[in-house]
Each structure stands twice: as C-alpha cells, then as structure tokens.
Design a protein around this ligand. Structure first.
Ligand code: ZN
Length: 204
C-alpha cells in the first residue's frame, strides 16, 4: 500500500527535453516506461511542466549576440541561455506522449514569468518566488518525496535541493533521470544533492 505521506514528483518529461526536441536530453525518453511503472507505488503523483512565454528571458534568442549555453547576468544571478523550448501551448511543451499523465493529481507549471526562469518545482530562480507546490504538499500531509525526470543536473537538482532545504525527505531515482551535463554540471549536482542530504538511488 502506498504511504499517504509520500509523493512522486515527475520533473519536466516533455517533448522538447526528449530526443528530437529543442533542448533534447540524451536518453530523455528512455525513462518514461519506468516512471509510469513507479507511479503505482505512490499515493500522490505530481508532474511539473516547463511553460515559457515565446519571448522568455532564458532563451538565447532574446539576447543579441548570445548563443545557447552561454550565460548572462540576471538580477537574480547567473543564468544559462537555452535554445527556445517549452513554449506555452506548443507541441514541444506537451508531455511525452507515452507518459501516463492521467495518474497525475497535480500539474505544476513553471517558468511562465517572462523575466525569470524556474528550474525548481518549488521556487523560481530568484530562490524566493514560490510556485505553490510546498503549500500543496504540506496541506496534504506529504513530507517524503521521490523525484524523477529531466534533467538530473538542472530541474531535478534544483527541485531536490529546495525540497531538502524546506525539510522534506528527498530521494532522487537516478535511473529514472537523465542529465544534460554541461561542463561538469552533473558531477556538481550530485555533490550538491549529497551534501544537502538528498538520497541518490538507482544509479546503474
Ligand atoms: Zn525552461
């Protein structure tokens, strides 16, 4: 029987993050069957969805002379610039067609403010503007989270760190995540998560 205080949080399993998408994470689609199977073990299933306006400030196309994967200084700190991705309502922003979205009890959309990105499911990249997910979990009495999805070193990592900081017990199933791994970002993310007390499981 699934424990009532435990939730599965599926991060950004969307077309643009899968092979063929605008910001494809290598092997991003391989994790979908395993995530679908894992859903049955949880009383609560929550999906997140990266959801940007077409002129989002995280897109390199909005910064003259900048290319994807370069960085800029934003008021809230350094921001990696991405190819245009997960534009609201576009096919790339849709969940992977094989993801069992019918099991989701909540879908958290993030990154919809033009001027600020949101890697984490809990806070935008200023680390203070909430998405509302914390309140949802607390009012449901959920205090243990398992995170899966894309990408390990960005949105999964930021979500796990915020969840740990907020006092949730956090497990990341690495076998059901895939990474972008930009200049050592995967190793740095694993180190940061471990330090924060996040349990890393399932690494092949
Ligand atoms: Zn994004």
């Amino acid at each position: 029987m699934p424990a009532p205080d435990e939730a599965l949080v599926v991060i950004d399993v969307q077309n643009d993050f899968c092979p063929g998408g605008a910001l494809a994470v290598p092997g991003g689609d391989e994790i979908v069957p395993g995530i679908n199977a894992l859903m049955a073990e949880f009383a609560a299933v929550i999906l997140t969805q990266d959801w940007h306006p077409a002129d989002h400030a995280s897109f390199a196309s909005q910064h003259a002379g900048k290319a994807p994967f370069e960085t800029v200084e934003m008021p809230y700190g350094e921001q990696v610039l991405w190819p245009d991705h997960c534009v609201q309502g576009a096919p790339g922003a849709a969940f992977h067609p094989d993801l069992d979205t019918e099991r989701a009890q909540l879908i958290i959309r993030k990154g919809f403010h033009r001027e600020i990105d949101s890697y984490s499911a809990f806070f935008e990249n200023d680390r203070t503007t909430p998405t509302g997910l914390e309140g949802y979990l607390r009012t449901r009495g959920i205090n243990r989270l398992t995170l899966v999805g894309l990408a390990t070193d960005f949105c999964v990592n930021y979500s796990a760190l915020d969840a740990a900081r907020l006092g949730f017990e956090v497990t990341v199933r690495e076998d059901l995540c895939r990474a972008i791994d930009l200049e050592g970002s995967l190793a740095a993310a694993r180190e940061a998560m471990r330090k924060a007390g996040v349990r890393l499981e399932g690494r092949g």
